[in-house]
Design a protein around this ligand. Sequence first.
Ligand SMILES: Nc1ncnc2c1ncn2[C@@H]1O[C@H](COP(=O)(O)OP(=O)(O)O)[C@@H](O)[C@H]1O
Ligand SMILES: [Mg+2]
Length: 314
Amino acid sequence: MLRHVTAVRYATPLREGGSLPGLMEGDDLGTWVVKFSGAGQGPKALVAEVIVGELARELGLPMPELVLIDVDPELGRTEPDQEVQDLLRASAGLNLGMDYLPGSITYDPLAFDVTPETAARVLWLDALTLNVDRSWRNPNLLVWGGRLWLIDHGAALYPHHDWASAAATVGRVLPGVADHVVLPVVAAEPATFAAADAALAPRIDAELLTAVLARVPDAWLDVPRADYVGWLLERVAARPSWRDAVTAALAEARPVAEMAPGARAAAAIARRRVGAGSGGAGGSGAGRSGRPDWLRAGDWLRTGGTAAPDNRDA
Ligand SMILES: Nc1ncnc2c1ncn2[C@@H]1O[C@H](COP(=O)(O)OP(=O)(O)O)[C@@H](O)[C@H]1O
Ligand SMILES: [Mg+2]
């Protein structure tokens, strides 16, 4: 179970991200990055945060503590920003808090050394959970206390926004895998990805997933917890179809040691210009719209599913 705390003060909005998380103080004297249940993507983003964050923790990846945090909208009364006031009003009650890592910096593969083994585990988790939000443009990895920390899993598990077609996604390749922030690190030792797969896949069983799902509050769920457990178990079972595409993307990626500052941006522009991507079936390159799939998946999330991405599996 996640700990319960009560927010006692709204400190400031965190504006780097898209969902306008807020920094709040808890009655436990902790400082929490709060993801609000009333934010545009709705409580499902919080469900994904809990499931993927806690799965990461269970698999031994460094995750700041997550708590359920009670928010009284009155705490935003003195906040001058109308958007923040509206968000707090829409989020009365339970929200998600993540332990704030003071002084942390955004991870950059050229500036901070992470072992290929750790990077491979992050890549594998994201491929399993369809986390489309860990690109070099937006790493959602922090460096703090001399090590790497995972944050922001709200965009993962995106098929849960449309359960009717979720069954068709159990073999889907991670959209945008060619742009994954740790791809060049893993590409330096591609065998580490196969090792991560061999080590982690057997650990993801019904017992572990049931324990992780138990940490999601009822109020945020619109399907039985077993639906999430079933979907993830099917993804593990179907993993050759998404894992092998990641392996192919690794073979095409430029290892981090060969990269000069600016090289990533230039490589991405060139990739877009030729309209080709790596990653194979499921599509990670620019599609008919000329935008990478992972961006279109993001649009789909932001519009609540009205802008259907073209990368649905047939
Ligand atoms: N636990 C944390 N400690 C320190 N900074 C954080 C933490 N979580 C998020 N941040 C900062 O806030 C930004 C937005 O948070 P994030 O979880 O990525 O939200 P969004 O869904 O809006 O992208 C991050 O890019 C990071 O700079
Ligand atoms: Mg983010």
